[in-house]
Design a protein around this ligand. Sequence first.
Ligand SMILES: NC(=O)c1ccc[n+]([C@@H]2O[C@H](COP(=O)([O-])OP(=O)(O)OC[C@H]3O[C@@H](n4cnc5c(N)ncnc54)[C@H](O)[C@@H]3O)[C@@H](O)[C@H]2O)c1
Length: 362
Amino acid sequence: MPGSIRFAIIGCGGITLQNHLPGLALCPEARLTALCDTDAATLERARQQTGVATVSTDYRDIVQRDDVDAVIIATPNFTHAPIALEAFAHGKHVLCEKPLALNLTEARAMARAADQAKVRHMTAFTYRFVPAMRYLVHRVRQGDLGQPYHYRSCRLQDWGTRGLGWRQVKKLAGSGELGDMLSHRIDFAHLLVGPISRLVAQLAQWHPVRGAQPNDLDDWVAILASFHSGATGVLESSKLASGRNESWRSLDYVEINGSEGSFVFRTGEWDRLQMGRTGGPGLETITVPEEFWKLPGSPRDPRQGDPLVTFRYDQMWEFVDAIRNQRPCVPDFHDGTRAQAVMDAALRSAESKQWVDLPLDS
Ligand SMILES: NC(=O)c1ccc[n+]([C@@H]2O[C@H](COP(=O)([O-])OP(=O)(O)OC[C@H]3O[C@@H](n4cnc5c(N)ncnc54)[C@H](O)[C@@H]3O)[C@@H](O)[C@H]2O)c1
């Protein structure tokens, strides 16, 4: 029924404006009934933009409301766990931004609480919704990669020395480039090749001051990994790839090689992949069939708007559809927790300068 699922948004900053408000607008069943932000000016701007009457600077006022069925958590990382736990305690469905938590202990507690509350839970690994990534997963699952040999991802942006606000403070963000950018590519690795069995990692920082404020987090991270399948992985992500630009105008590259062939994915090429067959002449461009341009059933018209922006709105449709059909969200808090286990292991490895094992149930 139109407007039958009532949503609250906690955190009305960048990602809410960019992804969550247009995503909700796409879903006829969804109705925004409450807003929260600790910053009064941000809250007022969101109130004016949405016309939502119920607003608060305290998330506790919002998540306990009877006219809220589902909560979107779009706040800095250190607040994800307390807000999610409070929302689950009140029986609300939760879509939480990535990285799910500050660390694995928190993420596990969140996933456990989600299961116990028997509600829908989703981690916002937005780049799973790029049509080319959805098609790549399809091709891998139908066997076109064969036995996976190598997973390789490279995320290169040019953020220079500018200030990053809470993103440059360890106690607020947990990690820097690792959680902010590499978390998505760790999730790609899980999606395409399965769980990581062991890794060694390195983190580096060039700018202890950003925007005249201290930065105590990584600008660059790399992980060398083995998967339980036997495949190998190399993952790198940097804020300091000068001249590479930012966001989807910069490099977001994934390559997988297997016994049957190879595939190359780039976020900027939403409707294309490159593919090579074992023993073949080299990589060729393949187009993503139209049936993969949006999630099945999504009301989004993939021909409207910038396709490098609008694929993100399918994330909210996935959440709403899972609530409506009482089915698990893809990806859920367990996917978020698996990525968090890899991030924790990477931090431990970088600190100890040792390989770290990741048992299958981590
Ligand atoms: N999925 C993606 O692709 C993607 C992209 C960008 C950001 N993110 C994630 O989204 C989250 C938010 O990032 P952002 O870029 O929107 O940050 P932001 O700083 O632009 O916005 C965060 C907002 O939360 C508010 N806030 C802080 N603490 C709060 C609290 N306790 N209760 C209510 N509001 C509070 C702030 O005032 C701010 O308005 C982060 O976890 C980030 O990693 C995900």
